[in-house]
Design a protein around this ligand. Sequence first.
Ligand SMILES: C[S@@+](CC[C@H](N)C(=O)[O-])C[C@H]1O[C@@H](n2cnc3c(N)ncnc32)[C@H](O)[C@@H]1O
Length: 263
Amino acid sequence: MSPDQARSDDVADPADFYTGLVAEAYSALRSHAFDPERYAAFVRAQGQPGLEVGCGAGEPLLHLVRDGLDVDGVDSSSDMIRRARAEARRQGLDVGLHVARMEEMDLGRQYRSIYLAGPTFELLPDDDLALRALEVFRRHLSPGGTIMVPLWIAEPTPAVQLGVPREAVDDDGTVLRYTALSEEYDPARRTRRTAVTYERIPTVGPPEVVDRLWVIHWQTRQTIADLAARAGLAVREVDPPSAPGDCEPGEPGEEFTAFLTHA
Ligand SMILES: C[S@@+](CC[C@H](N)C(=O)[O-])C[C@H]1O[C@@H](n2cnc3c(N)ncnc32)[C@H](O)[C@@H]1O
């Protein structure tokens, strides 16, 4: 690192991970695309209005709004919501966007469909916050409504990927770079903590570097059912259901979705 390179480790709270340089780099460096149709089908089937929790910069939310669905978005990062607002304006869309933490939000509206796109629920770093979030979801859920919670049994980042940067280049030649550096993987606590670095390297001037800790606290079919019950919710369905003989914690890398209703 050159001496004039700005380096910071400015965020301790997991709800603030997607801020500053990370918010700027997130969409460009994202390793996967969302399938908007999956979430649109959920909202069409379960009813409107819908709420996307952790909507970030607006994917897949704005796609649903463009399709004529009445869906609001909420995110803890004002930087991500600013990007979503700019994109909504660019597309001429009218959408309710809120800055709030999912475990604290009070949006003054109830929803037939509440969903997270991908395993965003696992950004809540412990079960106490996960329980508070489910209680808040229940208060925002209309009678007869459904909550969709995609989940993932986190697997360790392969050792060969540690230290290997992923890059994207802006229209003006600026390089955005993400590197996972090291990781603690703790199955007993269902927690993976990855030290990551984001870099912004302009064609002129010093690079900007941000070090952050990316925390995933994963849920199993059993732990989400237990938390849901404590929050006054019930698991209506898990897709796919576990097959007889499958071990309860699930296999690292396994993905499933829990559908929750009022108990
Ligand atoms: C993986 S990103 C997905 C964002 C969005 N789907 C997109 O592509 O722009 C997860 C989002 O969850 C948000 N988030 C993390 N913790 C949160 C919390 N406690 N409450 C609300 N949002 C949260 C982050 O700010 C981030 O925007």
